[in-house]
Unconditional design. Structure first.
Length: 131
């Protein structure tokens, strides 16, 4: 299961990442991007359906990747649950339990999109100051 999340200010953020890379500061940008991705994962862990916990335990943030398009990070579920992670994510009629939801990744991403740029910039400043 994969889809690309687009958000306002993405181009501006990628420009910041490129400048940081040129100055040898890509590790700081990667750390900031990973921290925000981990926030999304943590939010999703609150609503991911749990039967045997295999799906929940498969959630992870992959290391950031740099490409011609810019710096990206992937949040995923799968592994031992890869056979049904997408089915559970996309099926509103699947058994979800109280407080759990399908779209367990989409909901936290959609919630975070409006503050991605600000959150990442704050993290960059924090890490640049030695945090």
């Amino acid at each position: 299961m994969a889809w690309e999340v687009k958000f306002d200010g993405e181009e501006k953020l990628q420009a910041i990442f490129k400048k940081m890379e040129a100055k040898g500061l890509q590790p700081v940008a990667e750390k900031a991007l990973s921290a925000v991705a981990n926030q999304v994962l943590n939010e999703s862990l609150l609503i991911v359906p749990v039967d045997t916990a295999t799906l929940k335990n498969s959630g992870k943030v992959h290391p950031p990747k740099s490409s011609a398009e810019g710096l990206t990070v992937e949040v995923s579920y799968g592994g031992a649950a890869s056979g049904y992670a997408e089915i559970v994510h996309e099926n509103p009629n699947a058994r979800h339990g109280a407080g759990k939801s399908y779209h367990y990744l989409k909901i936290p991403f959609d919630k975070a999109k409006s503050t991605f740029v600000t959150d990442i910039k704050k993290r960059i400043v924090y890490y640049m100051r030695g945090g």
